[in-house]
Design a protein around this ligand. Structure first.
Ligand SMILES: [Zn+2]
Length: 77
């Protein structure tokens, strides 16, 4: 069934194009901005990150799991 093969190839291509476009296009251009939420400041490095990407623990906010870990270990050194 060559037709099904062609259909599958088209669907895969469509998904790839969608993913590539989503990554290449800056947010807020060509559509509704998805990350309209508030920005939180990492307590370790001071970088602002979207609230949904931030790592929070006991009321402290970090940009990544790495900085959460580093901030927690930084007391003794
Ligand atoms: Zn950080």
């Amino acid at each position: 069934m060559a037709l099904i093969r062609i259909l599958v190839i088209f669907i895969v291509l469509w998904l790839v194009v969608r993913l590539v476009r989503r990554h290449l296009l800056p947010p807020g251009r060509g559509g509704v901005p998805r990350k309209a939420g508030k920005m939180l400041r990492c307590e370790h490095c001071g970088t602002f990150v979207p609230a949904e990407e931030a790592v929070s623990e006991d009321g402290h906010v970090y940009c990544s799991q790495e900085h959460r870990r580093l901030a927690g270990e930084g007391d003794g050194d």
